[in-house]
Design a protein around this ligand. Structure first.
Ligand code: SF4
Length: 341
């Protein structure tokens, strides 16, 4: 049986033709799927005969909300259980411009970043496009609110699940799907150089690219992110320059400030030199402390001084608002806690 949420409209059309049904029915089915229905029985404009046939080849529901916690600031963190029993996390955040969903794209992660709770879960498998899209549909259903922005910043490395993430983005962006503009969708990567270049060559894709940089010095970055042994900072920056050249789109560099590790004035100057002349923005993140984590958050004074130092060198830098800090909003923490319990 196929997960129908994994499919493009055209794929459903082809399946319908194969079972002797009219192609136009696919549009009706597709529209129902993005209204968040969980069963074919809810598709009231389809005949009983067609519903029976659909149930023979497809299933719809591929995950459910197992638990959720709400922060004082309105952020909601969800623990979602997939059909195979594995759990992932998704988060809904409220901003002035609308609601943003942070989605997972893998169960666990291979990348092993030192500051990340997801890395400590270990890698299990990649999510399918339908499992990614369903997180947004479940959030909309639970909260009763529309999602206007999507960030791939939950569990997993999106560029390590490239094809499924791209298909999910196309389904999210599709006017007949979730109809969320590509410019409202962001992918965050730890810096898989060949995949950044591949993404740059996907001409029509207008989504935002964020790079988890966290240090401008190889030895420090390697100590935080093992992937830096494979792709050095220079290689990542070169791939980013290629991306900017091909797409003319601004890149966001994420920089989690860790006390005494990467937050000095010299670090800011070194970073400014690295990024000089690039079409980019630096997002400074007060690091979320994780259980058994070795890193401490920089003080607010240091964070602001770091931002000002970058700005003084012409590098646009802002400090990310801390959302959901009272509910362990750092990705992977809820899954870890649930596993331990
Ligand atoms: S920060 Fe991202 S890439 Fe690194 S281990 Fe965590 S989920 Fe994976």
């Amino acid at each position: 049986m196929k997960n129908i949420r994994d499919l493009y409209l055209e794929e459903i059309e082809n399946d319908l033709l194969e079972i002797g049904e009219k192609k136009y029915r696919a549009k009706q089915i597709f529209a129902w799927l993005f209204r968040g229905v969980d069963s074919f029985d809810e598709m009231t404009d389809l005949s009983k005969e067609l519903i029976i046939k659909l149930k023979e080849i497809y299933y719809i529901k591929n995950l459910e909300i197992a638990n959720f916690v709400e922060s004082k600031d309105g952020t909601i963190k969800y623990l979602m259980r997939l059909n195979d029993g594995n759990c992932i996390e998704s988060v809904k955040m409220k901003y002035k411009y609308g609601n943003c969903a942070c989605v997972s794209n893998q169960v666990g992660c291979k990348m092993g970043c030192n500051f990340c709770a997801s890395a400590k879960i270990g890698f299990v498998r990649s999510l399918t496009p339908g499992e990614i899209v369903s997180q947004i549909l479940e959030i909309e259903k639970q909260s009763g609110e529309k999602i206007s922005n999507v960030v791939f910043m939950g569990i997993g490395e999106p560029l390590d699940n490239y094809d499924n993430v791209l298909k999910a983005i196309n389904l999210i962006n599709n006017p007949k799907g979730l109809n969320i503009g590509a410019r409202h969708i962001s992918i965050s990567t730890c810096g898989l150089v060949p995949k950044i270049k591949q993404l740059a060559d996907e001409n029509e894709l207008q989504c935002n690219l964020c790079i988890s940089l966290h240090s401008s010095r190889d030895e420090v970055r390697t100590s935080m992110m093992p992937i830096n042994k494979k792709y050095s900072i220079k290689e990542v920056i070169d791939a980013c320059k290629y991306y900017i050249e091909k797409t003319n789109r601004r890149i966001t560099f994420e920089y989690a400030l860790v006390d005494g590790v990467n937050d000095s004035y010299e670090d800011a100057m070194h970073l400014a030199k690295l990024l000089k002349g690039m079409l980019c923005h630096v997002n400074l993140i007060p690091i979320n402390k994780i259980k058994d984590g070795i890193y401490e958050k920089s003080s607010t004074d240091k964070i602001l001084a770091f931002r000002d130092a970058l700005n003084s060198k012409g590098i646009v830098a802002t400090v990310r608002r801390e959302l959901g800090s009272d509910i362990s909003a750092a990705c992977g923490q809820l899954v870890r806690q649930t596993k331990e319990e």
